[in-house]
Write a protein that binds this ligand. Structure first.
Ligand code: SER
Length: 314
């Protein structure tokens, strides 16, 4: 049984990662922490929860020391769209939060730090289709800049101090429990809520905008894989991972198969430029080959499951 810390448990991934990890390691072994975003009832009632600001190194030390933490999942981050509204804050939270986590983790003997990178690490000079694992990383958003710098920093901590850091470049994550906040791919979750509630949606990206995406069950599995697979499998510290790629129009068409009355309009805003700077699809063959990455959900399976889950709840 691992002793696990999840930083950022109120977020889109953290809120489902916590119950998932508690099932695996036992509820008393998974410490959920948050700061800004309210924790869900499932997280609050399912095991230990505490307030933690990753920018405060002393409180981070206390939690890691007192709980003898072995794995840290550092999920707290300002996403791409919010990052463009407050770039200095995004740098502060994303970079200073990460270096604190890495620093305290190596001092207190944490075994692994799982820290998601993003497709935002890529930029306009990256190949747009099947962006390779090793390629040009020249992002144009502050969020992307913190992801590239973070990838390098995490790898530095491995080389310099032997702290095992592992990152996956996550595409847009689609999930049914907690809505994302402040990202460019948020439309792909909002659209489901609006389709069920109002039968219409106005998308903030153009119809033909194609981006890599992944459904939450695959995303959670990916986190566990990085935490659990034998260290010898990892030939690098950062991996492309993807589940599917679709345009906004293709997603709308798939939803229409289930809700024929559904209509969509397009009103691109500042997020269009961010989306245009990212690749349309990723090559994740290294993750598949080296540690067996194998996502289950494609567009059709994800859409059906999202609609089933959300219709029951809304
Ligand atoms: N979902 C993120 C965003 O849109 C991408 O990592 O910012």
């Amino acid at each position: 049984m691992k002793r696990v810390l999840v930083i950022g448990s109120g977020g889109q991934i953290g809120s489902e990662l916590v119950p998932y990890l508690r099932k695996k390691y036992g509820k008393e072994n998974v410490i959920a922490t948050g700061r800004r975003t309210k924790l869900t009832d499932v997280v609050l009632e399912g095991g230990p929860c505490i307030y933690l600001d990753a920018l405060n190194q002393e409180s981070l030390k206390k939690v890691i020391y007192e709980n003898q933490i072995e794995h840290v999942y550092h999920m707290a981050s300002i996403l791409s769209a919010t990052g463009e509204k407050m770039p200095q804050t995004a740098w502060d939270i994303n970079m200073n939060g990460l270096i604190n986590v890495l620093e305290v983790s190596r001092r207190y003997g944490v075994e692994r730090v799982i820290w998601p990178s993003s497709i935002a690490a890529f930029g306009p000079t990256t190949p747009q289709e099947n962006a390779p694992n090793e390629t040009i990383l020249q992002p144009t958003t502050m969020y992307g800049i913190t992801k590239v710098a973070g990838e390098l920093l995490a790898e530095y901590y491995y080389k310099k101090y032997g702290l095992l850091t592992l990152s996956m470049r996550l595409p847009g994550i689609i999930s049914s429990e907690t809505q994302p906040g402040g990202g460019t791919t948020d439309y792909a979750v909002e659209i489901f809520y609006e389709a069920i509630k109002n039968k219409k949606y106005t998308c903030f990206l153009k119809e033909d905008t194609k981006l890599p995406m992944m459904y939450q069950p695959d995303c959670l599995k990916c986190h566990i894989d990085l935490a659990e697979k034998d260290e010898s499998k990892f030939k690098r510290h950062v991996y492309n991972v993807t589940g599917m790629s679709f345009t906004a129009g293709e997603l709308a068409a798939e939803i229409k198969k289930h809700i024929p009355e559904f209509t969509i309009g397009y009103k691109p805003d500042f997020r269009q430029e961010i989306a245009d700077s990212w690749p349309k699809s990723l090559d994740d063959s290294l993750a598949r080959k080296e540690w067996g990455w194998n996502p289950k959900y494609d567009l059709a399976a994800m859409t059906k499951d999202m609609l089933d889950k959300l219709s029951k709840r809304l």
